[in-house]
Every structure is written in C-alpha cells, then in structure tokens.
Write a protein that binds this ligand. Structure first.
Ligand code: ADP
Ligand code: ZN
Ligand code: ZN
Length: 723
C-alpha cells in the first residue's frame, strides 16, 4: 500500500498523508480529492511514500484522482516549495496563489476546451459598410479577416459585447481549437533602429539566452526600455520560446500591452485580476500548451505553467506593488529570479529608478548591469527647479512663480501636469470654532472629505460616513475643509484657467471601466491641457505634450520614520518628472517645498536618481539596513494594544536567545490603529540569511503553542517593504 503526501489549501504549516488504494494511479503534481474532517478537499499530490509518513493505521484514503497529467510541473513544484520555505508561509496557501480558481475547485481540465472565433459565410460576405454605426464591431470583424482567432486573444482588445453582437447577427461563430505550440513567426511591424546603448543591451540579453542570468536594465525615463524588451524577445519567439513580462498594474499601462500586440505575429495574452475565472483558466492552459507566446501579466503570472520559458522580464522592478501586501507576502521580482534559475533562463529587470536591492546585487556582480543613458529620441532630460514656499502667499496651494510658469506653457499650447498625492477634496474637515477634525473612529487617521459624493471616507479602512452638519465637539455648523486633495485642486484650476481642458487621474476618476483609457487618449491629443493626479501619473506613461510638471507638495514625504522613504521619494519624483519633455519640447519640473535646502531633495535634483541611489546605498551600509542586513518582521493586531505588546515581548525574549539576530521593537506600527485594531511590530535583522531563517523557524514552531497566539492576529513578513 502506498502513502501519498498531499498539499492541501489550508493555512497550516504541516504535512497531510493519505493512503492510495491498489487501483489508484497518481502522478506527482496532479490533483486529488481527499477527506478532511467532515469535508472534502482538493489537494496536489506532492510526494510518494515519504520516509517520515504518519503511521498507516491513522491514515484515511484518497477519494479520487482528478487528473491523469500533473497540473503542477516539477519546475513549479520546486518554485512553490522554495517560496513556502523562504517566506515561511503554509504551502497550501502558496498553492492557492498559484492555481486558477477553477482548478482549485476541482474542475476537470477537459471540460474547458478552448474556442476560437471565425467568420461565418455571411460574415465573410459582409463589408465594412455593414458596420457604419459600430466602430467596435467593425474592428472585431476586421480582426477575423485572416482566419480564426482564439477567443481569449480577441478579448484582450475587443469588448465582449461586440463579440456577442456579431454572433447574434450570425456573422461569427465559435470553433473548437486544439491547443498546440504557437507557430507564428516574425513581426507585424518593423522594429526601430536601436541607439548604441539599446543595441548593447539587446546583445547582452541575447547572449544570456539558454542559461540563468539576471540583468538589470537601468534606463532613464523615455530611454526606450520597452524597445529593448521587444527586440530582445524577437529571436526567442522565432525559436519557439515563450516570454513572460510582469508589469506592476496592467490597468494603468494599457499602452505597453498594445505595443507588444502590434509588434509580433505570435499571440500575446494578458493575465490580471479582471479576467473571469474561465479566461484565467484559458490563459493558464494556453501557457501550458505553449500556444501563448508572450504573457503580459501582474505578479501572479509568475506561477503560470510555461512549457518553454525563454525569458522573464520584470518591468518597473522597483515598484512596490510587485510585493503582495497581504496573505502570502511574496515579491514577484525575487520569485521571478528564482523561477529563472530553475528554468535555466535569463531574467531582465527594467527601471529608470532601480531598487537599492538590485543596484546592490549589481555591485556584488550577481546581476549584469546595463544602462541606457539618454532618451531614445535625443530629448533632453527635464530640468528641476525648487520653488521655495516660505513667506509666500499661495493661491490654491500654488506659488505665484508656479502659476506664471503654468500660464506660460499653456499659452504656448503645451500641457502641464500637476502631481498631488492625495485624492478627494480635502484630507479632513475642521470646525472653525474649536478646531475639531473629522477622524476615523476605527483608525488613527483623519477622514478625507469627498465633495462630489458628499462623503467622509477613510482611505485606510474604507469606512464611509455622511458629512456631518455640525461639529461633534461644540455643535458649531462652521465646518470647513482643511488642506487640498486632487478633487479640490481640479475645481480651483478650473477657476484659474476657465478655458483650459483639465484631465484628472486618480482612483476616483478612473474607477469606471474604460475611463482611464479615454483619459489617456485625450492626453495624447495636442493642445493646451492641465493634467492632474496622484501617483497613477508616475506609472510609465508616455505623455508627448507635457512640458511642465509641478510637484505641488513634496514636504509630507521628507520626514518619515520608514528607512525606505528616501528611496521611494527619489523613485516617485524621478518617475513623475520623467513624464515631462518626452516630445520635441524640453521639460521643466517645479518642486514646491518649504525645505529647499533639504539634503535629499538637493541630491536628487542636482545629481539625478542614479547618483542619489548610490549614496543612499552607502547610507544603508553605514546604518546596517537592508540590503546589507536581512530583515523580517512580525506584525500583531488586536482589539487591545497590550495583547500585541505582550505577545511581541515574549517573541522578542525568545528571539534574543538566538544566534546572529538583532531586534528592533516591539514598536507600535506607524499607523497604530487601523480598522479598529491596534498594530504592533517586531523587526528582526541578521547579516546571515541562514541564521535569520533558522530563527524564524524556531520562533514559528514555538509560538504555535502559545495561548496568546490565538487571541490576536499575527503575520510574518520576510523582506518587508513597508514598515
Ligand atoms: P521607457 O520605457 O524607457 O520609458 P519607451 O520605450 O516608452 O521608454 O520609449 C520612449 C519613446 O521613445 C517611445 O515613443 C518609443 O517609441 C521611442 N523610442 C524608443 N526607442 C527608440 C529608437 N531606438 N529610435 C527612436 N525612437 C525610439
Ligand atoms: Zn467645534
Ligand atoms: Zn479608517
């Protein structure tokens, strides 16, 4: 009788063994249905006859074997095992992140055949004149002129409604599509003539083909990193290899996806959280079958079952959203590097503002460093200018010098971008009589006033309340907004520049589907325009007509307790500034501040990010912070603050006895109360990663049995990026 060790989707750090009956054939990596308590669970066959299995007499039997082929290859199981160990996270939850929902639910793969759409006879006879009233239907009809196209590929750039409309009219129909490796070769659109820097980078990437190597492409904003990706990919596709491109947030950069689709004949799929479960499974199957050539996806695309992976690219590798911020807190860049090592393929990290970790790895010669020093079209880098706000009369938060600059650019028909990292109308409402401020009762934070929706919204826990008529403290009706958010700035700018078109980009204005795309379209039209928004503006957009960028308020970020704050500010400023001067006119960046002499600001604007980052790295070395030390963080959360303190104090006492570990804390988290719970943390530092992992192992096995561990919520974050 055989014993099979099964990975189950449970938040438990332990093994589960089951018995296989004589007739049950099972391949490692395939799904099984097993009894668990009174339930049935779907798990993955992980190991046959493990030496340390539980006594046979205690084991229950496998109910059924779902797949005759593994859903998780050896490669992926290696990656997931590594991830579970590195992040000290239960394997079952790691699996949950890696498998599409339909597979986790035990759906049979053969039930999800892939379909393609093709023109019917009537559709082939139709002409463009049939679609006069619907551009979308016309585009879809045109896309099918050369033959059938897989449904999932069509859906990446045609709306579902258009599909349905054409099908209802009998112009298109579905056909079954057997999955096979993609065979399309070559380009749809000619490649650009590379600059010398770009050509060197492409050569270096291609030289790394077929073996594991990490390369960092550090290229100033607008230097043509995407063109490097495109040309590095081309020979791989011609050799039938697949490419994974991970981007921080697809929704924010629709341009990137379309650049890949319009360059290559081979199919480009996307992977993100807005896909339906069926679409996700389809993408998964096409990746596994090798029929997807390129997948552009958000961080979990990292777990897709590529058949012949030739290259992984991480675009904007510094971006914080590559790190999952809850549950299984993995960093997509770091796991991508591990995956590339397992797959024996190169991994390319790209950014105008690389993380200090990656720069450090270049210094250690673990990564190959590639640079693009200049903008691709020869445009000058934007020029920074500090605007001292001290002793100035401001109009709507803008200095007279700033207003003058804005006016000038608009008069010349150019676009001006204003960056303000606070959405809503005002960060709080205040009583004019007694100074009371609207606060969230569940968080240590003020509630943001949203004028249009007439709400007070907590941006930390999402709590929404109606705007009060009276002060809760003294009853006065004189409540007024304090400070300025993007909603208010828009209103004020409209008043100052009544004839100028304004586009506001923040989470409130882009919530509606298609809103961001149409905003980006209008920005790509020439003519005077004010563009204002939050950090959404920093995300890699190419705005050809922006000549002036105004950073309305940098001061908030200058004095923060988080050791990563300077790095993040440097990245944000450089990325926002990088939107300026991408067309034929040079760009200027105005930074409004009360602290023009601040060393950090001076360093960034005088020396640029590349130099700033290297001095910031030296500083990390002197202060013995990551990447010079490794960091892990325990967080505790409870209704009573003292529970957290007590638990972390016990943890600290034990950690103190472990070799090679330095502690910081217990400390209250920067936002001490959130969504009604108090939050504390304990930071563990070590210069040796194995010692840190050993310590975490010891702490985790000890705390499982503590009474207190069950009275609060705790989590472990390895390599945290927000403290
Ligand atoms: P990045 O990703 O580095 O910010 P992009 O790849 O978006 O830069 O390139 C910026 C602009 O320069 C784009 O409009 C792109 O088409 C153009 N570009 C890139 N490489 C070249 C080149 N070799 N010759 C001419 N234009 C180029
Ligand atoms: Zn009052
Ligand atoms: Zn709140």
């Amino acid at each position: 009788m055989s014993v099979i060790r099964v990975a189950l989707p449970l938040p438990l750090r332990q093994h589960f063994d089951y018995l296989l009956s004589a007739g049950q054939q099972v391949q490692i990596g395939s799904r099984l249905r097993v009894p668990f308590g009174k339930r049935e669970l779907i798990g993955i066959a992980w190991q046959l006859n493990p030496a340390d299995h539980y006594p046979i007499a205690q084991l229950k039997s496998v109910i059924s074997v779902i797949d005759d082929q593994p859903v998780l290859s050896d490669t992926l199981r290696q990656l997931l095992t590594f991830a579970a160990e590195y992040y000290h996270h239960p394997l079952g939850e790691v699996l949950t992140a890696a498998l599409p929902a339909l597979l986790r639910e035990g759906k049979s793969l053969t039930d999800y055949q892939q379909f393609a759409w093709r023109l019917t006879a009537a559709g082939a006879e139709a002409s463009a004149a049939n679609f006069k009233r619907s551009a979308r239907q016309l585009e879809l009809w045109q896309a099918l002129q050369d033959g059938a196209v897989p449904a999932i590929e069509l859906l990446t750039n045609h709306p579902r409604t258009a599909l349905k409309q054409l099908a209802d009219k009998g112009l298109i129909e579905q056909q079954l599509m057997p999955l096979s490796p993609f065979s399309q070769r070559g380009l749809k659109q000619p490649a650009l003539q590379l600059t010398a820097d770009q050509a060197l980078a492409v050569t270096a990437i291609n030289q790394a083909a077929g073996r594991f190597q990490t390369l960092l492409l550090e290229g100033v904003t607008g230097s043509g990193k995407t063109e490097v990706y495109l040309q590095a990919i081309a020979p791989l596709l011609d050799a039938g290899q697949q490419v994974l491109l991970i981007v921080p947030e697809i929704g924010l950069t629709p341009q990137t996806l379309s650049r890949f689709q319009s360059r290559f004949q081979a199919p480009v799929l996307c992977w993100h959280s807005n896909l339906t479960d069926t679409e996700r499974l389809n993408c998964w199957q096409q990746t596994q079958a090798g029929s997807a050539a390129i997948v552009v996806g958000t961080r979990s695309a990292l777990f897709l079952p590529f058949a012949r992976l030739g290259l992984i690219i991480i675009d904007e590798e510094h971006d914080q959203s590559l790190k999952q911020q809850d549950g299984f807190r993995y960093h997509a860049r770091d796991l991508a590097i591990k995956r590339a090592a397992i797959e024996h393929c190169p991994v390319l990290l790209g950014s105008a503002t690389p993380s200090l970790e990656s720069l450090y790895n270049c210094q250690q010669q673990r990564f190959i460093h590639l640079s693009l020093h200049n903008r691709a079209g020869g445009q000058a880098m934007p020029r920074y200018q500090l605007v001292d706000l001290k002793q100035q009369v401001l109009q709507f938060g803008l200095a007279s010098q700033t207003l003058q600059y804005i006016r000038q650019q608009l008069q010349q028909g150019m676009q001006v971008m204003l960056f303000l990292n606070r959405r809503g109308f005002a960060p709080a409402l205040s009583c004019q009589e007694c100074g009371w401020l609207t606060e969230c009762h569940r968080c240590s934070a003020f509630t943001t006033y949203h004028k249009q929706s007439r709400q007070l919204v907590c941006h930390h826990c999402g709590a929404i309340k109606a705007v009060p008529r009276q002060c809760k403290q003294c009853g006065s009706a004189r409540l007024a907004p304090v400070g300025q958010g993007t909603e208010q700035l828009e209103e004020n700018l409209q008043q100052l520049f009544p004839d100028v078109a304004i586009t506001r980009l923040d989470r409130d204005t882009t919530r509606r589907k298609g809103a961001l795309a149409s905003a980006l379209d209008s920005i790509n039209q020439s003519g005077p325009r004010l563009i204002l928004g939050t950090q959404m503006l920093a995300k890699g957009h190419h705005f050809p007509f922006v000549t002036l960028v105004v950073i309305v308020d940098v001061d908030g970020a200058l004095y923060s307790s988080d050791f990563r704050a300077p790095e993040q500010l440097g990245q944000l400023l450089t990325q926002v500034a990088g939107r300026a001067g991408r067309g034929s006119n040079p760009g200027t960046v105005l930074l409004q501040t009360h602290y023009p002499e601040h060393a950090l600001l001076q360093d960034i604007i005088q020396n640029g990010y590349a130099s700033f980052a290297r001095s910031a790295l030296l500083e990390r070395q002197h202060t013995r912070l990551p990447p010079y030390q490794h960091l892990a963080l325990f967080r505790a959360e409870a209704l009573q603050s003292n529970l957290c303190q007590q638990w972390l104090t016990e943890l600290a006492a034990l950690a103190k006895t472990l070799p090679g570990i330095e502690l910081l804390g217990p400390l209250s988290s920067p936002m001490e109360k959130r969504a009604g719970k108090y939050r504390w943390q304990l930071q563990l530092y070590s210069s040796q990663r194995p010692q840190l992992h050993q310590a975490l192992q010891t702490l985790l096995s000890a705390l499982q049995s503590w009474q207190l561990s069950r009275q609060l919520k705790w989590q472990l974050d390895v390599d945290p990026i927000d403290l």
